[in-house]
Design a protein around this ligand. Structure first.
Ligand code: PA5
Ligand code: NI
Length: 188
């Protein structure tokens, strides 16, 4: 039997109370997602394998819904801002919502058919991620980016395609500004 519960989400730190699980990703755990592999190796060495993001969840066995937070550190690898791995959901009929609480970023989306979109992430914006759109979040600011996400427990994460071929667009710093550019290494 499941009982209702109020869960405290701290929009500055990403803390979830009570929490049921967490993991963190350091840069070394994100091999292959950044274009500049020498900048990637250098950052691991020079910055002592920095933390890139942390995911904390509230998930009850047998519930159809779970939620949690992702807290992303600011930083770059070469000209690319810190980003999540990015994924499709295993179940193609499952979407998600991302509610940004602090910091600024971009949510990069790509449909199965190859259409691309982005949604600005800033406090108060709840991004709707339709079913079967790959999604990756990018911290384009100088502060932590904290967002709460809400998803079906059976959605599943399919990382394979994005890891193998990347996404069609990159989010880079260009002349001091945030720019979305074509990924020159993208192959279908
Ligand atoms: O389910 C989601 O979309 C999020 O909880 C992400 O898993 C989280 O932001 C980390 O990103 P990724 O799973 O792409 O590494
Ligand atoms: Ni997702």
């Amino acid at each position: 039997m499941l009982y209702p519960e109020g869960v405290l989400i701290d929009g500055m730190t990403g803390a979830v109370t009570p929490e049921t699980g967490r993991y963190s990703k350091r840069l070394s755990g994100l091999a292959g997602i950044f274009q500049d592999s020498s900048a990637f190796e250098r950052a691991i060495f020079d910055e002592a394998d920095p933390l890139v993001y942390e995911v904390i969840d509230y998930r009850k066995p047998d519930s159809d819904l779970f939620f949690g937070t992702t807290t992303m550190q600011p930083g770059k690898v070469g000209v690319e801002y810190y980003m999540t791995r990015g994924h499709f959901h295993e179940r193609r009929d499952r979407g998600e919502a991302y509610y940004t609480q602090s910091g600024v970023g971009l949510l990069l989306l790509e449909s199965r058919a190859g259409e691309t979109r982005s949604v600005a992430m800033c406090p108060g914006v709840c991004a709707f991620i339709p079913p079967d759109w790959a999604h990756r979040s990018i911290n384009t600011g100088r502060e932590k980016l904290v967002f709460a996400w809400f998803c079906a427990t059976d959605a599943g994460h399919d990382y394979g395609q994005i890891l193998q071929r990347g996404m069609r667009k990159l989010v880079v710093e260009q002349n001091g500004e945030v720019a979305i550019t074509d990924n020159p290494n993208f192959r279908t």
